[in-house]
Design a protein. Structure first.
Length: 78
């Protein structure tokens, strides 16, 4: 499992909250996830606005678009 991922989303995004819940078991087992707000400090709305939540691997830059579940995240991290 890579050491770090980023979860792109924004405040008030219901799907982002669900995505956080899906990856929480992996966080509890050591996965580092940085929550990235697509509106600040750099506005990434054009890139991610219609796709969030998006999980991005820091090591490879690979991205997993919503919808995903915990098993899909595990496969993505292999």
């Amino acid at each position: 499992m890579p050491a770090e991922c980023q979860l792109f989303g924004t405040l008030g995004c219901h799907l982002c909250e669900i995505a956080e819940a899906e990856i929480m078991p992996l966080v509890e087992r050591g996965l580092l996830v940085e929550l990235m707000d697509i509106t600040a400090p750099v506005d990434l709305t054009e890139v991610y606005g219609l796709r969030i939540p998006v999980l991005r691997r820091v090591d490879t830059g690979a991205e997993l678009d919503w919808p995903f579940d915990t098993e899909q995240v595990v496969a993505f991290l292999r």
